[in-house]
Design a protein. Structure first.
Length: 268
C-alpha cells in the first residue's frame, strides 16, 4: 500500500461521548494529563493524541491539558458558521475556544439523528473552512468480506469529500476513522486482516487526492489496548471509546506506540 507519508506516525483519538459527568470528565482529563502528557510517545512526537469531550467540557478539558501536547476537539459541529440555529455550535466558535478537531458522521448521529452523506459533507466543509481537522467516521453497516467492505467504504468517503468540496471550504488534511458499524460497542474489534485491508484502501484513495496531504486513516469500533501491535502500517492509529475510560489503558496503548517505533514497524 502507498500509505500517507506526511501523516504523523500514530494518531490516537478519544471520544468520551456522553458517558461521563462534568466532574468525572475533569478527573479523567487530569489523569490523562498525568499519564499521557509526559509519556515519551507524546512528548517525542511518536503519537498525536486528541480528546473529544462533550461541548460544556471542552474549555475546562483544554485548560487541564495545558502544558501537554494532548489536543482537544468536539464530537460534532454545525454546518453553518453563524445564524439562527438554536442549540448548535459552530466551527468558528470551536476554533476560537481552542479546538483542533471536529468529529463528523459518526454512525450514532446517522442512526439517531438522521444525518446522511449531505449533512456529513456540509459539516466536513465547515470544519475545514474554520481550520479544524475533521474526524470523518465511515464504515459499513453489516459485516462482509474485507474487499467488499473496502470498496463500500472508499465509495462512501469519496461521496462525502466530493460533496464537501462543492461547499465553501479550504483544502486540508482529514482524519478518517474507519468504524465498521457492526463492530461499534461489540465485545471485540474487527479482525486485523479486515482492518488493514480497508484502511489500506482508504489510505491509497486519500494519497491520490490533491489538497489532502497529511491525511491519515485510523481504526475505531471496540478498539483498545493490544490492538495496535496487531495491525500493519496502513492503519495510522486508533479512535478509542469506552476502552479509554481507564486512563491507564491509554497509557498502555502509548507504550505500544513506543514499542512499535523501536521495531521500525510504523511510519515515521
Amino acid at each position: 500500500m502507498t500509505g500517507l507519508a506526511e501523516a504523523p506516525a500514530v494518531t490516537l483519538g478519544v471520544s468520551l461521548k456522553m458517558y461521563l459527568g462534568h466532574r468525572q470528565t475533569l478527573d479523567w482529563t487530569r489523569r490523562i494529563a498525568a499519564v499521557a502528557g509526559g509519556h515519551r510517545a507524546v512528548a517525542d512526537g511518536l503519537a498525536e493524541l486528541f480528546v473529544l469531550p462533550s461541548f460544556p467540557q471542552i474549555i475546562p478539558v483544554a485548560e487541564a491539558l495545558a502544558g501537554t501536547a494532548v489536543r482537544t476537539g468536539a464530537q460534532d459541529l454545525a454546518a453553518e458558521d453563524r445564524g439562527p440555529y438554536t442549540g448548535e455550535v459552530s466551527g468558528a466558535v470551536l476554533k476560537e475556544i481552542g479546538c483542533a478537531f471536529a468529529e463528523v458522521g459518526h454512525a450514532e448521529r446517522r442512526r439517531l439523528f438522521g444525518e446522511g452523506d449531505t449533512v456529513v459533507a456540509s459539516k466536513t466543509a465547515a470544519a475545514l473552512r474554520n481550520g479544524l481537522t475533521p474526524v470523518m467516521c465511515v464504515g459499513e453497516l453489516n459485516a462482509c468480506p474485507p474487499d467488499e467492505a473496502a470498496a463500500r467504504t472508499v465509495a462512501e468517503l469519496e461521496r462525502i469529500l466530493t460533496t464537501a468540496a462543492s461547499h465553501d471550504c479550504e483544502p486540508g488534511p482529514v482524519v478518517v476513522a474507519y468504524e465498521p458499524q457492526w463492530a461499534i460497542g461489540a465485545p471485540r474489534p474487527a479482525g486485523p486482516e479486515h482492518i488493514s485491508t480497508v484502511c489500506g484502501a482508504l489510505s491509497d484513495w486519500l494519497t491520490a487526492q490533491p489538497g489532502l496531504a497529511g491525511s491519515r486513516v485510523i481504526y475505531g469500533g471496540s478498539a483498545g489496548p493490544g490492538l495496535l501491535t496487531r495491525l500493519g502500517p496502513d492503519v495510522g492509529g486508533l479512535f478509542l471509546g469506552r476502552f479509554a475510560h481507564d486512563a491507564d489503558a491509554v497509557g498502555r496503548i502509548l507504550d505500544e506506540v513506543v514499542a512499535l517505533h523501536g521495531t521500525g514497524a510504523r511510519r515515521s
